[in-house]
Design a protein around this ligand. Structure first.
Ligand code: FAD
Length: 304
């Protein structure tokens, strides 16, 4: 298996757009708390079908205007015509946003996927469309346990290859809990000729019941050891949080020991767990000047 080794892990953080003023306050406190960790980028999700079109746009633009962070906008093609997508892409480009996380999106529960008659049918088509509009940086999704609607795991890997061939710069994976799932997938991807970055998506689990429910829909397996760890903690959020931090920290450190040096965190708009996990990975807040100097010299910007 090919692995990349570097001086320090690089991280990125994913947020969702807020629905209410208190949620916005929470998000902005989180953004400010995570900013000194100097992530490679931060991304803001998009409600499939366009339900958060305006809030995703305004959140991404505000991050670009008011912070030192590099924001990426998630964009799903489901339910949109090409014209609608292309207009939105031009708006992002005009607002100075240069990074899109390009996705197909999911139909409402119980419905099967139908491409928009005049739209981009799959993420690979969307990526090709994005590149025709402007030279955005593009991240795509990858599924270590295969996408639930894939015809086969080989067909899904072919699909990932098509996304890179269409111009994706990196793939971010669906979350997983057993590292061998990711490492085996990475190995298969390398053997299939994919040498682009495939970044593990890390989900610190605080709400175990919700994760079990969501995992059934998105095809991520939940191992029995995780169930055992959260068993009996339904009414004990403090202990759940400690367990979540331990599990995610152990997962990241084991991946680092296997040479993985980039991580994408599903933050759920909360900073404390992420800060703790990053700290144990060797990342502490650093002033902006410090990180610029260390990135150009190749030495870690953090105390270990
Ligand atoms: P695609 O790459 O288009 O693949 C979808 C399915 O179609 C796969 O089974 C694939 O094998 C199959 N397929 C692809 N091409 C073809 C073809 N030509 N013929 C037949 N089958 C084909 N959802 C949101 O709504 N908003 C978000 O912000 C969001 N962010 C995400 C971020 C990450 C990192 C990840 C991993 C997922 C995210 N999702 C988001 C969920 C995502 O939209 C769903 O998982 C969706 O079902 C798949 O998206 P995709 O881009 O991988 O689709």
């Amino acid at each position: 298996m090919m692995v990349r080794v570097s001086n320090f892990p690089r991280v990125s953080f994913e947020f969702f757009p807020p629905k209410t003023p208190p949620m916005a306050e929470q998000l902005w406190a989180t953004i400010r708390a995570l900013e000194p960790l100097h992530p490679l980028f931060v991304s803001v999700t998009y409600g499939a079908g366009g339900t958060t079109r305006d809030t995703t746009f305004s959140t991404v633009r505000r991050i670009a205007e008011e912070t030192s962070l590099h924001p990426a906008a998630h964009l799903t093609c489901i339910g949109h015509s090409r014209g609608e997508i292309d207009d939105l892409l031009r708006q992002y480009w005009d607002a100075g946003i240069r990074h899109i996380v390009a996705l197909r999106g999911d139909p409402p529960p119980g419905e099967s996927y139908q491409p928009h008659p005049d739209g981009y049918a799959y993420a690979a088509d969307l990526i090709a469309g994005i590149k025709r509009i402007a030279d955005f940086e593009v991240s795509a999704a990858a599924f270590p346990e295969s996408h639930p609607q894939a015809q086969s795991s080989d067909a899904d890997l072919e699909n990932l290859k098509r996304k890179f061939d269409a111009g994706a710069d990196r793939a971010i994976t669906q979350y997983f809990f057993n590292n061998h799932v990711f490492l085996t997938f990475l190995d298969r991807a390398r053997r299939a000729g994919i040498d682009n970055a495939i970044v593990p998506g890390i989900l610190p689990v605080t709400g175990y019941a919700q994760v079990v429910k969501f995992s059934k829909m998105c095809g991520a397996s939940v191992p029995s050891w995780l169930h055992d760890l959260f068993d009996g903690l339904d009414d004990d959020p403090e202990t759940r949080k400690l367990v979540a931090a331990m599990v995610a920290t152990e997962q990241c450190r084991a991946l680092m020991a296997d040479g993985i040096d980039q991580f994408h965190f599903y933050t759920l708009n909360r900073a404390d767990l992420i800060i703790g996990i990053c700290r144990r990975m060797g990342l502490k807040p650093a002033p902006a000047a410090g990180i610029r100097a260390s990135l150009s010299s190749g030495t870690p910007p953090v105390q270990r």
